[in-house]
Design a protein around this ligand. Structure first.
Ligand code: SF4
Ligand code: SF4
Length: 128
């Protein structure tokens, strides 16, 4: 992938829906996804979440994929904020090295730019 190509273009490989320590859920994520799958909040947490520390994250299937992954994201229209934002997450502003780490597991991320251009391009994306 050349530096003049897109900063990010999802290949829909599904790799980001597997492993990586969990998908955090905001209160608003929980309300929306619970309504989408038609269960109340208590039941949603019981069936679809596990705790990471004291924060709920989406549970995983035995194969390591997110509980909502089945060839593709089965809750795409209400997927969690963390999934919607990927790969433009705040920690990139703290340390651009995170882009390269993430790009190592996400083939859709352009990992060919130098850090100065990368940071400027990411800032533009995040300010859209
Ligand atoms: S790992 Fe990257 S390219 Fe693959 S589905 Fe996830 S966001 Fe898209
Ligand atoms: S909610 Fe959807 S996009 Fe997010 S990890 Fe699960 S299957 Fe992937």
């Amino acid at each position: 992938m050349g530096s003049n190509q897109a900063l990010f273009e999802c290949t829909k490989c599904g790799d980001c829906c597997k492993g990586y320590g969990g998908t955090y859920l905001t209160e608003s994520d929980i309300i929306q996804i619970a309504a989408f799958v038609d269960v109340d909040i208590v039941e949603f947490k019981r069936r679809y979440c596990v705790l990471s520390g004291n924060r709920p994250v989406l549970a995983q299937q035995a194969n390591g994929y997110c509980i909502f992954f089945d060839q593709h994201c089965s809750i795409h229209v209400v997927k969690p904020r963390m999934c919607r934002q990927w790969p433009f997450i705040q920690s990139l502003m703290v340390d651009i090295a995170n882009w390269h780490i993430m790009a190592g597991v996400c083939p859709g991320m352009n990992n060919q730019m130098d850090d100065q251009h990368l940071l400027a391009a990411i800032r533009r994306e995040m300010n859209k």
